[in-house]
Design a protein around this ligand. Structure first.
Ligand SMILES: [Zn+2]
Length: 317
């Protein structure tokens, strides 16, 4: 399947917006239109990228950004929410857990961390943060929070098209949701799917994420739009679940012999997953597993996690 930047027509008024190479910050989004109504699934990492996408949608999909009724945020991360403010007339829908997470990690914090990294104030962690997020303009983002939240399931209508929202988090983040359009059996998965890139388990438990993959597989979708990477099929869904099972088993073997999460992340040989982009995310994934198994609800500071990823990234390069 081709993986070109821009719009892909999925038929029945549904579109995907893809951003190769799908690495840090290069997320996908979706558009659902019917009878002159439109709903956007996620915005992008900054307002320039989101503006570029909205222009393309206005030109090719017959929508007007000021008339988009609803923006659905699949989860709280900035690469799916930072463009919300450009949809001035839209209701912004997210899970309750995602709304809380957005409040705790606003765009201004991303801008501060990047500036600190650029000023060489945070060592290797800062250098890495500034490097991976160099293409994005966080300082220019106007925070726009959800205006409607839900827990569990919700649905909305776009003209005659029914859209179902299924909360499957905490997994990648605290409040991940799947966006399903039953009429055309299309699913926008948000970051429950990273295709040809390494999944990053910020929240966990990993078992919830594997269950979400199993749920997608059971739905047997016709079109699957992942949060990052090219459009995929059930093979891609199984690949993500297999990676997560691999991490769980490799990590657990090291947890039970008393290894620490930092050492374990360095020790695990990634095998065929070493070629997936952003492989250093193993450091976060192992840490999340350790917090679960040691009953440590407090998150590890982001600077610490980015420091561990930096070490793997610069050591292996
Ligand atoms: Zn993402």
């Amino acid at each position: 399947m081709s993986y070109a930047k821009g719009l892909t027509d999925l038929g029945n008024g549904l579109w995907a917006w893809l951003q190769p190479d799908g690495g840090w910050g290069y997320s996908n989004a979706g558009l659902i239109t019917n009878s002159g109504e439109s709903v956007l699934v996620d915005t992008l990492f900054d307002e320039h990228l989101t503006d570029e996408m909205l222009r393309a949608m206005e030109a090719s999909c017959g929508i007007r950004r000021d008339l988009v009724e609803t923006v659905i945020n699949t989860h709280a991360n900035g690469d799916h929410t930072h463009g919300n403010a450009l949809l001035t007339g839209a209701e912004i829908v997210a899970s309750e857990a995602s709304a809380r997470e957005m409040e705790a990690f606003p765009p201004s914090l991303m801008a501060q961390l990047k500036a600190a990294g650029q000023a060489n104030l945070m060592g290797e962690a800062g250098r890495y943060f500034a490097e991976i997020f160099a293409p994005f303009d966080f300082a220019g983002v106007h925070h726009s929070a959800p205006t409607r939240t839900f827990s569990g399931t919700a649905s909305l209508d776009v003209g005659d098209t029914r859209v179902q929202l299924l909360e499957v988090g905490p997994a990648h983040t605290a409040g991940d949701i799947l966006v399903h359009v039953p009429d055309s059996n299309t699913i926008f998965t948000g970051d429950i799917l990273f295709i040809e890139g390494t999944p990053v388990v910020w929240a966990g438990p990993i078992s919830n994420w594997i269950a979400a993959c199993d749920l997608i597989e059971a739905m047997d979708p016709t079109h699957i739009v992942p949060g990052h990477g090219p459009l995929t099929g059930l093979y891609g869904v199984r690949e993500v679940a297999d990676y997560l099972r691999f991490v769980e088993s490799e990590a657990h073997a090291r947890f039970t012999i008393g290894m620490g999460p930092e050492e374990a992340a360095m020790d695990i040989g990634l095998g065929r997953y070493a070629s997936w982009r952003d492989a250093e995310r193993i450091a976060v994934n192992v840490d999340t597993a350790w917090r679960e198994w040691s009953n440590t609800p407090e998150p590890t500071p982001a600077t610490e996690l980015f420091g561990r990823m930096a070490k793997l990234y610069y050591d292996r390069r």
